[in-house]
Design a binder for this molecule. Structure first.
Ligand code: BEZ
Length: 202
């Protein structure tokens, strides 16, 4: 039995859970909550991932796997799901990397407030994270929409999870404004059972 160290709020973990549902592998994984962070590592799987980050996937036949991109590649290969089709694998991987960059910046914004005392926070640094997200969203809306349509890929799942996290933690920032194509895609993609079943805050 595989085990997934998970936090239901984490968009990185959500990617893995959505993939597990989309590829029919959820019954083969035990989900273990790991609700810590860099300043509170007691609950984190340090023996499996020395970085103390989640998701981490343990397997019977080899060492634990991390990070989410490695886990998703592994689970895709395991199920022969072809979520990284060879004819456009570099585009799918870059779309996935763009989504992960959005998640990274959005999570850092949350952690700056959650983990730092008020007098150590940097509003300029927080805004610089949001600027990264805005640039990435503009690029996806302008140049990547053709890769978001068509047969399901890991790039699409990752982007759906990144946008869901913006709604979950940064709803006041109105990411949809001026990005009608991406907003319409997200509204449709969010209806997939795998997205409904993994939505944060459920
Ligand atoms: C959150 O609560 O927003 C969160 C938790 C774990 C990882 C990333 C984000």
């Amino acid at each position: 039995m595989m085990r997934l160290y998970d936090n239901p709020a984490s968009p990185f973990c959500r990617k893995v859970r959505a993939l597990l549902i989309e590829t029919g592998q959820m019954d083969e994984v035990e989900i273990l909550p790991a609700l810590g962070h860099a300043l509170d590592t007691d609950a984190m799987p340090l023996a499996e991932n020395p970085l103390g980050k989640i998701p981490v996937l343990t397997r019977d036949e080899g060492p634990a796997l991390y990070d989410s991109r490695v886990i998703c590649r592994y689970l895709d290969a395991r199920a022969r799901a072809n979520l990284y089709p060879e004819t456009r694998q570099w585009e799918v991987l870059t779309l996935e990397a763009t989504a992960e960059g959005i998640m990274d910046a959005a999570v850092l914004m949350v952690y700056e407030i959650r983990c730092r005392p008020e007098d150590e926070r940097s509003p300029a640094w927080i805004e610089a994270q949001w600027d990264k997200i805005e640039r990435a969203l503009d690029a996806v809306n302008a140049r990547w929409m053709s890769h978001l349509t068509g047969k399901l890929t890991m790039g699409q799942i990752a982007m759906g999870c990144a946008l869901g996290y913006l709604d979950f933690r940064h709803a006041g920032r109105t990411w949809r404004q001026g990005r009608g194509a991406l907003a319409a895609w997200e509204a449709e993609f969010a209806r997939r059972p795998a997205m409904q079943d993994t939505a944060p805050g459920r």
